[in-house]
Design a protein around this ligand. Structure first.
Ligand code: ADP
Ligand code: MG
Length: 243
């Protein structure tokens, strides 16, 4: 297991956002967390990336207990994530965003990879190619469409040195054609050996993409299994229809 979360709890005032959540993510697999709105999916991501401090629970990353780590210590472990609401700098270009992503780490292997500017540009072009963001690299974020911003956000996450990719609703609000192409990108990344944990509200999107699904409702996992099992699970249907 690359990531393991056990018995996580998080309250916001009277709201039990995470209420005893347990799940684990296997290496080189695509894992999805699905569930109705408000079931605690994003909060779980925030707890894992230490943006939100959990009340109780244990998180292990690559077999190591990372529960006590500070956020900046945790950032170095190599989890790269996107946000449900894309966060970009309006006054920076595509290229500048990716340069920041690359420089976000001083890991040796990465510095070796980037000997000099030429290879940096090569790397940036490679990442943009992979996500299919077909815009000049000097384009400002503010001049990108919603879909293009979503792709840039994905490119940034990929460009950061990481061993686990966590994507919060990577296809939310994008058109059907772009949904399909993002699905293809995720398959390609997985073929290259990436471990991916993604949050998705729409069950249908993940069915033909992921290896394993955890279904959250009211802050805990109510079902898990391969997509075919989840599709047949009456508890899952009820959780969705009950909302
Ligand atoms: P999901 O991503 O599954 O839609 P969230 O994790 O965003 O769900 O939200 C789970 C619950 O926690 C919701 O009731 C939400 O309103 C609440 N919540 C999330 N973040 C906060 C916060 N920072 N302060 C107060 N309540 C929050
Ligand atoms: Mg969410």
């Amino acid at each position: 297991m690359i990531l393991s979360c056990r018995d996580i709890y998080k309250r916001f005032g009277g709201i039990k956002a995470i209420d005893g959540c347990t799940f684990a993510v296997e290496q080189n697999k695509i894992t999805a967390i699905i569930g109705p709105n408000g079931s605690g999916k994003t909060t779980m991501f925030n707890v894992i990336s230490k943006l939100v401090k959990m009340d109780r629970g244990i998180i292990e990353f690559n077999g190591k207990d990372v529960t006590p780590l500070k956020d900046y210590e945790f950032a170095r472990l190599g989890i790269s994530r996107t946000f449900q609401d894309v966060k970009l700098f309006q006054n920076l270009t595509i290229k500048e965003h990716l340069q920041i992503a690359i420089s976000a780490s001083n890991e040796r292997f990465f510095l070796n990879l980037l000997k000099g500017k030429a290879s940096e540009t090569m790397f940036i072009n490679e990442v943009l190619d992979l996500v299919g963001l077909d815009k000049q690299i000097d384009t400002y974020a503010t001049d990108l469409s919603y879909g293009q911003r979503k792709l840039l956000d994905l490119a940034i996450a990929i460009a950061k040195p990481h061993t686990l990719l966590m994507l919060d609703e990577p296809v939310a609000g994008v058109n059907p054609r772009l949904r399909d192409s993002i699905k293809e990108i995720l398959r390609e990344l997985n073929d290259r050996g990436e471990s991916i944990l993604l949050i998705e509200h729409d069950m249908n999107f993940v069915m033909d993409l992921v290896d394993h699904i955890f279904v959250m409702d009211a802050g805990r996992v109510i079902a898990e299994g391969v997509p075919e099992e989840i599709q047949k699970n009456p508890n899952v249907l009820e959780a969705y229809l009950g909302k």
